[in-house]
Ligand binder design. Structure first.
Ligand code: NI
Length: 171
């Protein structure tokens, strides 16, 4: 089932999500299947559980956007264990549609996480994958890409969103 993606303004998007404590359950597998379905329907490269209204530390990422099955990544309770370098590139978010801004992030990161079966994994990503991992892990900590922008840029975006909300074009 494709779930509704919550937009900026929903409090859950700015709250720290809760760790997953039970793995390999039918509920967890079903939730992750729904996250994939929702992400692909929206043509995104990543989706975090809070974006569909669930305070759980789960993100899915596919930088091939459905072109390459081997690129599908599920990270549960992820932690960044190392990062190096810098990259700056345009970033957007399914919860802040219509806005894209350059964001500077580490160029290479290593992440420790659990799979949906509860196995521990470590993965390293560079460039776009590093960006996607960091963006999705941020979501689990209640951080959105606009939090990485200057106060000025963030306020401009916030004001534009307020106008869209008033016009009923943001929900
Ligand atoms: Ni996002």
């Amino acid at each position: 089932m494709v779930r509704k993606i919550l937009k900026f303004g929903e409090p859950i998007l700015e709250q720290k999500a809760d760790p997953v404590t039970e793995f390999d359950t039918p509920e967890l597998h079903e939730l992750i299947a729904e996250m994939w379905e929702t992400m692909y329907a929206a043509k995104g490269v990543g989706l975090a559980a809070p974006q569909i209204g669930l305070s759980k530390r789960i993100s899915v990422i596919d930088i091939s956007v459905g072109e390459d099955e081997s690129k599908k990544i599920v990270i549960i309770n992820p932690e960044v264990t190392s990062s190096e370098g810098k990259q700056t590139g345009e970033e957007g978010c399914l919860s802040i549609p219509g806005f894209r801004e350059p964001v500077t992030r580490a160029n290479k990161v290593t992440v420790h996480a659990h799979t949906e079966k509860g196995e521990q994994i470590e993965l390293t990503g560079e460039e776009l994958l590093a960006r996607a991992l960091l963006h999705e892990i941020d979501h689990l900590n209640g951080i959105l890409f606009i939090n990485h922008l200057s106060t000025l840029k963030r306020d401009i975006i916030r004001r534009k969103i307020k106008k869209l909300q008033k016009a009923g074009e943001w929900d």
